[in-house]
Design a protein around this ligand. Sequence first.
Ligand code: ZN
Length: 252
Amino acid sequence: MSSNRKPLVAILSGAGISTDSGIPDYRGPNGLWRRDPEAEKLVTYDHYMADPDIRRRAWLMRRDSETWRAQPNGAHHAVARLERTGVPVRVITQNVDGLHQLAGLPARKVLELHGTARAVVCTGCAARSEMAEALDRVRAGDPDPACRACGGILKSATVMFGQRLDPVVLTDAVAIAKGCEIFIAVGTSLQVQPAASLAGMAARHGARLVIVNADPTPYDDLADEVVREPIGTALPALLDAIVQERGRRVTG
Ligand code: ZN
C-alpha cells in the first residue's frame, strides 16, 4: 500500500519546458541574468537588501514580467494528464512560473526548488502574501511596497542568487529522486546544482533516466534515453508511452 505513495515517475523540469509559453531562460548558466550583471543584481539577495534603487527596479521588472501573460503549453498539459491517469508522479521544478499548477497539476505534486514568483515573502517576519496584491500596490504608485505586518522589505518568494534552497524542499526532492522508477529531466541543462545531481542520484538508485533537452547535458552518458526533439511534442509522446506500458503491466 505504501508503494502507492512512491512516485513511479519523477519529472525534473527546467526553463526549457516554459520557453514555448513565452518565458525566457533567466537563471540558467546562459540565461539572461547571468549575461547581464546589472540585471543579475536585481535578483541577488545582498544587492536587493542593501539598495532601495535595486528594489524599485526589481518591482518594475516583476510588474512587467512575461509570467503573468504566459499560459501552460503542451508539455505542462501532458504532465497534468499523466497525473490524472493515476500514475504516481511528482514534479521537481527549477521554474518559478507556476505553469505546472496552472495546467491542472495539484500543487502538492509540485516541488518548486527555486520558489515561486506568484507569492511574496517578508524578509523581516517571513509572512507570505500574493504577488498580485503587491503588484497592485506598485501600479498604484508604491515603488517598494513594505510588509503590511511589520514594515519589512518584501521580495518575491523565489530563491535569489546568494540564498540557500529550502532544505525541506531539497530533502523531499532527494527522496523522490532515490525512490522513483523513471526520472525524466526535461528542459534543463543539468548544470545548476544541486538540482542537476538529482538526475545522477536517480540513476544510481536504479531509476530509468531519460533526458529531454535541446542541448547536451553533463548527464547524457548516464541516461538510458536522450531525446533532442522539441519538448512540446517529445514529452507528451514519452508520457503517453509510459501510460500505455503501465496499462500493459497492470492488465498483463
Ligand atoms: Zn513582515
